[in-house]
Write a protein that binds this ligand. Structure first.
Ligand code: HEM
Ligand code: HEM
Length: 350
């Protein structure tokens, strides 16, 4: 049974002695404790349930991910807001989509998203395939319809061929469902293994500096680990944002009540998925509101709002240094050549 939160924090706090500045670090104990809470990212992609990572399917997913013609305006692709060159984010406070509209939330990275329990800040999509159907139809993102996406795909011989190769057993390979399945297959390959933390976890004492190791110990000791655990250091469960103390209105805007909108349960007001922290040094700005640009400030907000403590600056710096070791090898993605439009390809619309 999962312990209740304060108990979980208490458990975490007693789990490991903090390392004082001048104290030698016991690598074996630190590693053992870290192995209890965290897992390394696998070096090879793993197929999501019900999907296959055949080269034809992954390549098709990449084409769809990069193709702005999947949006009504012909301007926005998944890449617009999840740029693979900048760790899968857009670097904006909140995303800008169709008609230059601002969406309500910051765009989280799709790197390693395959390992999250569910997708979105509030976990409203159960998996990546279901998730991929959202932005295409969202008015403030790509503002398209499934029918127009399918008509666009069917009008281009290059896509007819690519879908047939990706779904060889199916009579009608082009469908909105298969569009999403192919994108999911591509996203499953977007993982960032071999971070310095993973190297340490796998036995290399030299992979992290003493300051970073102290940060790891503090991350466990102070209780961050009670919410940010598992393979993605988050993305595995839901918690109230402002558990102990509500952060200011701009960090936690009143109008966005998080999981409450999904479950309509009072207990879920201002509950959000613990943000995954892999590559977090690369994904500013922070929180679903995207108003915090500095990682030290984000850690200080967490410390006061989630743990009810004011951390010393030195400890914040150690934790920030540790979070930097969660940066893994970024996937090298070659921009695919996209099929040429056909004579009946629907035209972009404003
Ligand atoms: C969330 C993928 C298009 C903005 C996500 C997530 C994934 C994803 C996997 C969830 C990540 C997580 O929860 O950790 C895609 C794909 C797209 C696409 C495959 C194309 C089909 C876009 C576009 C925009 C955008 C065009 C900006 C206009 C966002 C935002 C969120 C999000 C703001 C968070 C929304 C929320 O939590 O309510 N996307 N995305 N995405 N994406 Fe996209
Ligand atoms: C978000 C770190 C403790 C729950 C975040 C973010 C960081 C972070 C850097 C922002 C990530 C991003 O926007 O990409 C930490 C650290 C902690 C800590 C260093 C210890 C000092 C906790 C605890 C909980 C928690 C104890 C649960 C009680 C969450 C949630 C979010 C989050 C729900 C998402 C907030 C949102 O919706 O914007 N954390 N965290 N964190 N953390 Fe923590």
């Amino acid at each position: 049974m999962k312990p209740s939160l304060p108990a979980a924090i208490a458990l975490a706090v007693t789990a490991l002695p903090a390392f004082a500045q001048d104290e030698a670090i016991d690598n074996a104990t630190l590693r053992e404790d870290a192995q209890f809470y965290f897992e390394a990212i696998p070096t090879e992609p793993v197929a999501p349930e019900g999907n296959e990572l055949t080269p034809a399917r992954v390549d098709l997913g990449a084409m769809l991910f990069f193709d702005p013609r999947m949006s009504r305006s012909g301007l926005f692709s998944c890449q617009s807001c999840h740029n693979v060159g900048i760790a899968g984010v857009d670097g904006l406070e909140v995303s800008i989509g169709h008609g230059w509209q601002q969406g309500p939330r910051n765009a989280p990275t799709m790197l390693n998203a395959i390992f999250n329990i569910a997708q979105f800040w509030d976990g409203r999509a159960p998996d990546l395939a279901e998730q991929a159907k959202g932005p295409v139809q969202a008015g403030v993102e790509m503002n398209n319809t499934p029918e127009n996406v399918v008509a666009t795909l069917e009008s281009m011989p290059g896509y007819v061929e690519a879908f047939a190769a990706a779904f060889p057993a199916e009579e009608a390979p082009i469908s909105f469902d298969n569009f999403a399945v192919a994108i999911e297959a591509f996203e499953a390959t977007l993982i960032t293994p071999n971070s310095r933390f993973d190297q340490f976890l796998n036995g290399d004492d030299e992979a992290m500096t003493d300051q970073e190791k102290r940060g790891l110990a503090a991350f466990i000791n102070t209780g961050c680990v009670s919410c940010h655990a598992g393979i993605n250091f988050g993305g595995q469960d839901y918690f109230p944002f402002g558990l102990i103390e509500r952060p200011g209105g701009s960090v936690l805007p009143e109008g966005d009540r998080g999981r409450f909108e999904v479950t309509q349960t009072a207990d879920d007001e201002y509950v959000f998925r613990a943000a995954p922290l892999r590559n977090v040094a690369l994904t500013a700005p922070y929180f679903h509101s995207g108003v915090v640009w500095d990682l030290s400030e984000a850690v200080a907000v967490m410390s006061s709002s989630q743990l009810g403590t004011e951390m010393e600056e030195e400890q914040i710096e150690e934790i920030v240094a540790f979070l930097g070791t969660l940066t893994g090898e970024q996937p090298q993605v070659v921009h695919p050549i996209l099929p040429v439009r056909g004579s009946n390809t629907p035209k972009p619309q404003p």
